[in-house]
Each structure stands twice: as C-alpha cells, then as structure tokens.
Design a protein around this ligand. Structure first.
Ligand SMILES: Nc1ncnc2c1ncn2[C@@H]1O[C@H](COP(=O)(O)OP(=O)(O)OP(=O)(O)O)[C@@H](O)[C@H]1O
Ligand SMILES: [Mg+2]
Length: 263
C-alpha cells in the first residue's frame, strides 16, 4: 500500500468540509475520486500534497510509504511533493510561467528534483515532450505557453510533473478545460504513462465517464464523506448509492458498460 488515507477531516473555522475520508492506493494503482461540485475532492487532493489553503484544520492520517504526512513541516512536505508525489491541475496556464519557454520549465523541474545538470535536464525535457506526445518535441520546447493549444499546455504540465519521476501523480480535473477529443487523448496518455512507469494515480473528476477511462477503482464523495467505493466496472453496472446513480446518469461520454448491464 503506497498511500493510506484514514479518517481524514478538513475544517474551516470549525465547519467540516471533508469528514472522515478513508481510502488506499496500491503501488501502480489508478484510483478515481469522484463527486459533485463541493464534495471535497480538491481539498482531499491538496491535503495529499500538503497544499491546503491557510486556515484549513486537518485531522486524521495520510500515510505515504509508511510515513505520516499530516502534521509534517511545510519544508518536508515540499520535498515529498516534488520528489515523490507529482501534481497536475485543471488549468495548465496557472502551472506554467507565461514568459519562459516550456522546455526550460520542464527542465527546471528536472534540475530541482532530479539534481540534473543543465544539459541533461534540457535533453530530458525534449525526451519528456516526446513521451507526452507533443508534436515536434525538439522545436516545441522552445515555444512559450501562449504558442501552444490548451491540450498541448496540459501535456507540458504533465511533462513537468513527470520530470520529478513521481511514484504518485495527483491529477485534479486535468482534462475538464479541454474539448472532448483532446480530453480522451490526454486521459489515454495519463493511463499509459502510469502503466509504463508503474506510477500510481489519484485522478479527480466529476464525470463518471472520465473516471471510467482512466481509473480502475473509484471513491465516491458526497459532502465530504465517502458514500461508495468500488471497482469501476461495479460503479457502472451496479451503483449502490443514489449519488453514484446520479453521476452515472450525468456521465458525458458514451460509456463502456459491462455485459449484462441493462441501464
Ligand atoms: N479556503 C476555503 N475556505 C472555506 N471553505 C472552503 C475553502 N476551500 C474549499 N472550501 C469548501 O470546501 C468544500 C469542498 O471544496 P472542494 O474544492 O474540495 O470541492 P470539489 O469537490 O473539488 O468541487 P469542484 O468539483 O467544484 O471542484 C466546498 O464546500 C468549499 O466551499
Ligand atoms: Mg475541485
């Protein structure tokens, strides 16, 4: 078990917004966190990364490779975050510096976290651009973020996260801002990269169709609580909680459904 979250609770001024959340992620497993807007997905993700906003009070336990992360100093968390746990967020623009070529930004990430020299880091940036299937990697690394499409920017953000060679990638709605075709490509890419690298994934979405494309197991949240937790095929064919059934109704893309399901 590489990640174990137990009874995680997050409050702001005494108001609990995440309330007793527990789940675990095995090495190389792809877990989806799903729920409606405001159900506590992003705060749970930020807690894993030690990036909760000021004023958040946290209790419970987040064990990463056997070490407790709750209550650790910011500096130690920053190290775990860079070296072992990577992240990708919804809007890649905010992750990217608008006035630096994207290759330099990928390389910077590699220099800091893998302690590579300038030339090796630059070489790795091109290699990572290729791995995330950016067109013409040698050329594209010299472009600025505004010279890329939204899907390409998200690929750069993924490359930056991969530059740290993380064991776990936390991705919070990484494809929501993209159009459907590009979204499917990026989801496919994330799944493939996770498999190739043996990297675990915690993937956040409000869309069960998206979850089904990338995760093997899903944790369903409602108002800060886990209401259902099951392998994805089961969530699709036999959702046991009304919230999950609602998510199934609202799922956007054409869902793959297991045989024998008549819904
Ligand atoms: N800094 C904050 N101060 C107070 N309350 C907050 C803060 N950040 C989030 N919350 C509240 O915590 C709850 C969970 O927020 P969170 O961002 O985790 O939801 P989410 O599931 O990611 O929703 P979405 O799908 O809209 O991104 C919400 O009710 C939100 O209003
Ligand atoms: Mg969110």
């Amino acid at each position: 078990m590489s990640l174990e979250v137990a009874d995680l609770a997050i409050s702001f001024r005494g108001a609990r917004v995440v309330d007793g959340v527990s789940f675990a992620v095995d090495d190389g497993e792809r877990l989806g966190l799903i729920g409606e807007s405001g159900s506590g997905k992003s705060l749970t993700a930020l807690a894993l990364l030690g990036l909760l906003p000021d004023g958040a009070e946290v209790t419970g336990s987040i064990r990463w490779k056997g070490r407790e992360l709750v209550g650790r100093a910011d500096r130690e968390l920053a190290r775990v975050r860079g070296d072992e746990i990577g992240m990708v967020f919804q809007e890649p623009r905010t992750a990217l510096n608008p006035i630096r070529p994207v290759g330099r930004q990928i390389a910077e990430s590699a220099r800091i976290h893998r302690r590579l020299g300038r030339r090796d880091a630059a070489r790795l940036a091109v290699e990572l651009a290729r791995q995330v299937a950016l067109p013409d990697p040698e050329e594209i690394v010299s472009r600025y973020p505004h010279q890329l499409s939204g899907g390409q920017r998200q690929r750069v953000a993924i490359a930056m996260a991969l530059a740290c060679d993380p064991d776990l990638l936390v991705a919070d709605e990484p494809t929501t801002a993209l159009d459907v075709t590009i979204q499917a490509e990026v989801l496919d890419l994330l799944g493939r990269l996770a498999d190739e690298r043996g990297m675990s994934l915690v993937f956040i979405t409000h869309d069960l169709a998206v979850l089904a494309q990338v995760a093997t197991r899903g944790v369903v949240l409602e108002r800060g609580r886990v209401v259902e937790q099951a392998p994805v095929p089961q969530l699709l064919s036999k959702p046991s909680h009304p919230v999950t059934r609602g998510l199934l109704r609202d799922a956007t893309a054409t869902l793959w459904r297991p045989e024998g399901s008549d819904d």
